[in-house]
Design a protein around this ligand. Sequence first.
Ligand code: SAM
Length: 296
Amino acid sequence: MRNVITYSAKNLQSQNSFNVSTMKAAMNPNKALWEKGDFTRIAQGMRESGEALVQTLGITKGLKVLDLGCGDGTTALPAAKLGADVLGVDIAGNLVDAGKKRAKEHGLANCRFQEGDATNLQGLADHSFDLVLSVFGAMFAPKPFDVAREMVRVTRPGGRIVMGNWIPNDPTLVAQILRISSAYTPPPPEGFISPMTWGVESHVVERFAAAGVSSDKISLARDTFTFNYPSPPAALLGEFRKYYGPTMNAFEAAEKSGRATDLQNELELLFIRQNQSTRKEATCIPATFLRVTVMH
Ligand SMILES: C[S@@+](CC[C@H](N)C(=O)[O-])C[C@H]1O[C@@H](n2cnc3c(N)ncnc32)[C@H](O)[C@@H]1O
């Protein structure tokens, strides 16, 4: 029953398409996973929700913002457009380059990007940011307790941390992609902690508590991110299959076991069912996430 996943860290290990084929790579497997694809292809359909989320953050001119696991700047660029002084940090070199290019194209000198690992933000001073933002970013780093500690360390007293995390077992798109994919991939190595555990409220509270933040400083809410794409759902799935590291890994494993067509069919059905676009040639899929706000 590998598809039956409860809210425990142990069982969440079965959502393993994040790491399996890349664990063998000599380099950091977490970095290899995200450099393997091209997340820009997926992020293009996430820009509107990224902007909408940033609009709710009360960003003012000169606010020092760290966007952790920033990708190519879906939230970093809108924050900079509102006048914040933004540093985007990401483990994937290709996405850091893409972010720099996009910031330049938008004329945003106040939006910088650099490579870095959310588990160890060496080089970033204690208490140096007013807002640490991480939308579906830091959740993908291993060692979640280190990640929480680092986010708290670089946030100034009186500052905020805002995370967006996908929720395990949620019926909407991303959780379901990962649930389906897990049935086609081998079990993860011993000790692997699923990124999806960041979508479980008790784990979030526990991790920030270990970093010295009491639970009354943490608020948790469900929110929605919408994937918009100018072609039908099967074409959007095609983008995930070709460019989204976790889905690429699932298809690689499924091809080895001769089950790639089954995986394709299962995912295609999911994308079609979740599509809410009223236009035949377009895709619009809302997905639920856990919004975490920590007052430091
Ligand atoms: C799903 S993408 C989201 C990107 C971006 N926040 C967005 O909303 O478009 C996950 C991002 O987290 C980054 N990431 C994964 N592990 C990381 C780590 N240990 N440190 C920093 N970034 C990491 C990946 O490279 C990738 O850009």
